[in-house]
Write a protein that binds this ligand. Structure first.
Ligand SMILES: Cc1ncc(COP(=O)(O)O)c(C=O)c1O
Length: 421
């Protein structure tokens, strides 16, 4: 591709695309997953007994998942949202207390707070990151704070040391939302093992999956684990001696043996998936150093080993003639899978949270007399507004090869040459 300074050559303006062929699929599931599922059906047909939940496959998956994280306890549930709900609930938070939440996350990473009759308090991101920072958490703490949720967005670990130091100095538990960060590490330790409880989504878009939907709650604390089990399965008296009946009101959020059988095969692939994503990200970062003046890797804390659920890149918008969104959209038009902005994940602007709507027609739990904070509170989050204007996401994955890396770099270079000041 020869250099263009003329914006009319951009695909977004009708010019030829850098990449004509479709992006490769992930090929996440293969013959091994199929064989695992077929084996369960064969067994069910042979014995006449249906497979269920909390059975041998699910037990093995939970054990292997915990081993993957270096030991501890795992409870497989039916989604990442359920994992966040159960993780929070396992900490026995009092209703009407406040839970500090990330500004940029999936709805499922914050809605469970309100479902527990607690109040979500959205903390801004650290400047230049999609992730919550210690300073931003500190600005949200109150005597009502009962927990902090940290999400490792895009598979980039949040800067955990200052966050944990702050949380521990106040005796506040930390939930790590690792839905997007399977296999990511911070200062050599896997995310999900740093705080009090980790929550993972294992739906089929994630690094590794328990078939179509799923999630895992992980903790190193045995008492928290048993509470999580009770919270995810109708308050059954798991881990309690001599208690004949269900002990708390809770939903059924169990995973099942069929999904767990797929998850067991997938866990074996996880290291390879993460390693390949890191190689792809590294090659793009290195290519950008040589070929770009305005696009750089997004800031990450020291000691971060991201697992790149997607690749976040930063644009120096002071050096271009269009907005960051227009710049990224033009890269997308060249045939690259780009999300020009991650604004859809900006939970501080979500309708339900702005309007304070969780149950029925009123504003409960914000309106409850037991809640002593400001029920009208909104969350401006200027750092999030800024990073969502300047950063964009490329959907790299483990099946990306040298051609995909080259196409990404060529598309960025082409757009940059047309739009650079
Ligand atoms: C950060 C984060 N938290 C929670 C969730 C919810 O997971 P699930 O879709 O499995 O409910 C997601 C889903 O993508 C997520 O990205």
């Amino acid at each position: 591709m020869s250099a263009v300074n003329d914006a009319s050559q951009l695909a977004v303006n009708g010019g030829p695309k850098v990449r004509q062929q479709p992006w490769p699929g992930r090929a996440l599931f293969g013959e091994e997953e199929k064989a695992a599922v077929v084996a369960l059906f064969d067994e069910a047909i042979r014995t006449g007994s249906a497979f269920g939940y909390n059975g041998p496959q699910e037990e093995a998956y939970c054990r292997e998942f915990a081993e993957y994280l270096g030991g501890g306890y795992a409870d497989a549930v039916n989604s990442g949202s359920s994992a966040v709900y159960v993780a929070l609930r396992s900490l026995k938070l009092e209703p009407f207390t406040e839970v500090i939440c990330p500004a940029i996350t999936d709805p499922g990473g914050i809605m469970p707070v309100a479902m527990l009759n607690c109040i979500p308090i959205v903390a801004d991101v650290r400047p230049g990151s999609y992730n919550i920072g210690a300073e931003q958490i500190a600005a949200c703490l109150s005597e009502r704070t009962s927990a902090i949720i940290v999400a490792h967005i895009a598979g980039e670990p949040a800067d955990m040391d200052p966050i944990l130091e702050l949380a521990r100095s106040r005796g506040i538990p930390v939930i790590e939302d690792c839905a997007q960060a399977h296999g990511a590490r911070y200062k050599g330790r896997p995310v999900g093992t740093l705080g009090d409880v980790g929550a993972f989504s294992t739906m089929s878009g994630k690094h590794h999956a328990t078939a179509a939907q799923g999630g895992v709650v992980f903790t190193r604390n045995e008492a928290t684990y048993w509470e999580a089990r009770r919270c995810s399965d109708r308050g059954k008296p798991f881990g309690l001696e001599g208690v004949p009946s269900n002990v708390i009101a809770a939903p059924n959020m169990n995973l099942n043996d069929l999904s767990a059988a797929v998850g067991r095969v997938q866990l074996k692939k996880l290291d390879r998936i993460v390693a390949r994503r890191r190689d792809v990200a590294r090659a793009i970062h290195e290519g950008l150093k040589k070929r770009s003046r305005v696009v750089t890797p997004g800031w990450q804390p020291e000691g971060a080993e991201a697992s790149y659920w997607f690749l976040r890149l930063h644009v120096d918008t002071s050096q271009i003639t269009v907005s960051g969104d227009q710049f990224a959209s033009a890269i997308g038009a060249e045939g690259i899978p780009v999300a020009p902005s991650y604004r859809a994940a900006f939970q501080a602007r979500a309708k339900w949270l702005v309007e304070k709507r969780a149950f029925g027609s009123g504003h409960y739990p914000w309106s409850a007399p037991e809640y002593k904070g400001d029920p009208e509170r909104q969350f401006p989050c200027p750092n999030a507004v800024s990073v969502l204007d300047t950063d964009f996401n490329i959907h790299i994955h483990e099946s990306c090869g040298e051609q995909e890396i080259a196409d990404i770099l060529t598309a960025i270079e082409k757009v940059e040459q047309a739009y650079c000041k």
